[in-house]
Write a protein that binds this ligand. Structure first.
Ligand SMILES: Cc1cc2nc3c(=O)[nH]c(=O)nc-3n(C[C@H](O)[C@H](O)[C@H](O)COP(=O)(O)OP(=O)(O)OC[C@H]3O[C@@H](n4cnc5c(N)ncnc54)[C@H](O)[C@@H]3O)c2cc1C
Length: 381
């Protein structure tokens, strides 16, 4: 089905992202997987292309597109290449950007945003802790005032870009008695004494997205690194999670659609019993269902993208988009592995990797159980 949400500017932008992926990523994909990290040169090149500052005003080095559809195009193209690529870069340009643009002082913008846009400064966001991620209001990392500074203690885990990030937006408890209303956001930067990282975590999929545990032991964070208002961090996160979930949904569906398209080529060529494996009625019906699911899901998702572009996406629709697309992605990729037969289980085949890469999308950005909670609550239940 023809998608109607994009215009000529988005199409031209898509071309430039495709060129970037073909030139800077595809030839080095294996190297990134081996190193379990995307090379910094990719970030710098993405910065030169203007991909990292889509939401950043021009005076700080960005392009201030003011149109979420550019974020969506970028997410679609990156995840079409690799889920890890879109999650690593996406945390920066799509998830952290709104915090650093909307909640910061003029001095902070000048200090951080130019390097954010150029790719010289890689960012991450630390909400989840070893004790739990779903119940964000129960986080245990603390920040205690000492003069004009804050002393941060605690740890975060599963942090995307955690190993390489130069600046991490860290949620910490500033008012112990106030649960959700006692959380503040801090920019913790490389080089701050007491800020250390664990090893790169050994994940089931997305090896090239570095994911790490972060430790804070009496880290002295100056007042100038407080992001937004004291004790308003939880609300700041709740206001920005719909965009994170929408970005995740965009990547989920594009990733599944790309692998499904490749699978269609494979099942036309691969023969069994003298015919193409895709032409057996069972497989044909499976593929018919999956193609339909992708297209129907895309129609809903496109409406969410448009709504967000107009500043009208609800948290409930963002939750529906994130939950549904990750379920569809899982179903599509599992079927694709099956259609590849034994080759589908070989890591050298993209379909196998994609299947492993995709498992996490039902867990992160708020698990699908939490998404169903949000949707269920909206039903008055
Ligand atoms: C590869 C990867 C990258 C990540 N990147 C980041 C990142 O960059 N920054 C960050 O802050 N976090 C990140 N996360 C963390 C992620 O968001 C959390 O894993 C997720 O929110 C779930 O939290 P948890 O793992 O603590 O599970 P838990 O909260 O312990 O939940 C365990 C299970 O219980 C279920 N559950 C919990 N509460 C309910 C409920 N009320 N009803 C029904 N079921 C419930 C959950 O759905 C889950 O199935 C990442 C995780 C992974 C795996």
């Amino acid at each position: 089905m023809k998608r109607t949400i994009y215009g000529p500017d988005h199409d031209a932008f898509r071309e430039s992202v495709r060129e970037f992926v073909a030139r800077s990523i595809t030839p080095r994909a294996e190297e990134f997987i081996e190193n379990r990290m995307i090379d910094r040169e990719v970030w710098l090149e993405a910065g030169r292309q203007g991909f990292l500052g889509l939401e950043v005003p021009e005076e700080y080095g960005g392009s201030a597109a003011g149109d979420y559809r550019f974020n969506a195009v970028l997410g679609e193209e990156l995840s079409g290449q690799s889920a890890a690529l879109s999650s690593s870069l996406g945390i920066h340009y799509d998830v952290v950007a709104p915090y650093l643009v909307e909640l910061t002082t003029e001095e902070q913008k000048k200090r951080w945003l130019p390097r954010f846009c150029s790719g010289e400064m890689i960012t991450a966001i630390g909400m989840t802790e070893p004790s739990g991620g779903s119940d964000l209001a129960a986080l245990r990392t603390t920040a205690v005032r000492d003069g004009s500074d804050w002393i941060v203690n605690g740890s975060k885990t599963f942090i995307t870009n955690g190993y390489c990030a130069d600046l991490v937006v860290v949620a910490a408890r500033t008012s112990p008695e106030k649960k959700a209303k006692g959380i503040t956001l801090f920019a913790v930067e490389t080089g701050m004494e007491g800020f250390t990282r664990g090893r790169k975590l050994d994940k089931v999929g997305q090896p090239e997205a570095d994911t790490a545990e972060l430790f804070f032991e009496n880290v002295r964070v100056p007042e100038e690194n407080v992001i937004g208002e004291i004790d308003r961090g939880f609300i700041a996160m709740m206001e920005r999670l719909p965009q994170e979930r929408l970005g995740s949904a965009v990547a989920n569906l594009a990733h599944a659609a790309a692998v499904l398209a490749e699978t269609l080529v494979y099942v036309r060529e691969r023969k069994a019993f003298g015919q193409a494996v895709g032409s057996f009625q069972h497989n044909k019906f499976v593929l018919a269902d999956l193609v339909t699911k992708i297209e129907v899901s895309q129609a809903f998702l496109d409406q969410c993208i448009l709504a967000h572009t107009e500043g009208e996406l609800s948290a409930v629709n963002a939750a529906k988009a994130k939950m549904w697309t990750s379920e569809v992605q899982g179903e599509v990729l599992d079927a694709c592995v099956q259609l590849y037969g034994g080759y589908g289980y070989m890591k050298e085949y993209r379909v196998a990797r994609a299947w492993m890469d995709a498992r996490v999308t039902r867990i992160w950005a708020g698990s699908n159980e939490i998404m169903r909670e949000i949707i269920g609550r909206d039903l008055g239940l």
